[in-house]
Design a protein around this ligand. Sequence first.
Ligand SMILES: Nc1ncnc2c1ncn2[C@@H]1O[C@H](COP(=O)(O)OS(=O)(=O)O)[C@@H](OP(=O)(O)O)[C@H]1O
Length: 256
Amino acid sequence: SEVTTSKSLPQAIIIGVKKCGTRALLKFLSIHPATAVSSTEIHYFDSPQNFQFGLDWYRNQMPIAKNNQYLTIEKTPHYFIDRQTPARIAHLLPEVKLIVILRDPIIRAISDYVQIKNRHESYPTFDEFISMNNFTRWTPIKIGCYSLYLRRWLKYFPLERIHFVDGENLIQRPWQELESVQKFLNISNHIQQEHFYFNSHKRNFPCIKQPNGCLGSSKGRHHPSISEHTREKLKTLYSTCNQQLKELAQINFSWL
Ligand SMILES: Nc1ncnc2c1ncn2[C@@H]1O[C@H](COP(=O)(O)OS(=O)(=O)O)[C@@H](OP(=O)(O)O)[C@H]1O
């Protein structure tokens, strides 16, 4: 039969959170026959320059979907914390489904730190950062107070239209998280346990059983250990945010 191809606006967007496993989730979703996923982060709604190019530009950035791929998905983790994005998406894509993946904010902060440290050799240690007076204003720490940002999204989207993925469980038992995501997206339960294996060479992260089925070298990096004092300080800091998140999102992940 004839194969048609086209680009369409996304029906679902992974809006964040940075360093919580957004790439892994998108890669896993890409093996579903109904999905067409963008290979790069589009940054349409959060970039003044891209946003002025308009919706046709945005559509043109989308992957080419074959005729059975009726669900286009993009991911731009910065959307979650951007002030303008919730209203813009609500206005331009009123029916879109949103996916938010969340990790233990302490691990997320270390991951963010490792990425920065990789680019800046002389950067202080993580413990040194947390011992500074104004450490709560440091972006890698602030982002982990997820409830701050979620509140903004809930002004524009009903909770039913936002799906929360447990980023810790996505590493341990990805098929469980994928089952709920597929249900949320209203697509068949195609991605299952048999599609995965754990890569003993890379901190045991899950990969897909296919060529290039693991994430690249910038994912699954080595994390430095942090002091007990730092950990306790962050636990105290995040406990209120986590409690607010549980209530706002109506979720109860094990690390919350
Ligand atoms: N399957 C699999 N393979 C490799 N890495 C995995 C996987 N699942 C989740 N993760 C975790 O994802 C972290 C990167 O998150 P993101 O993809 O959201 O990062 S980014 O915001 O796009 O930069 C990445 O952070 P680091 O461990 O700091 O590299 C991983 O901990």
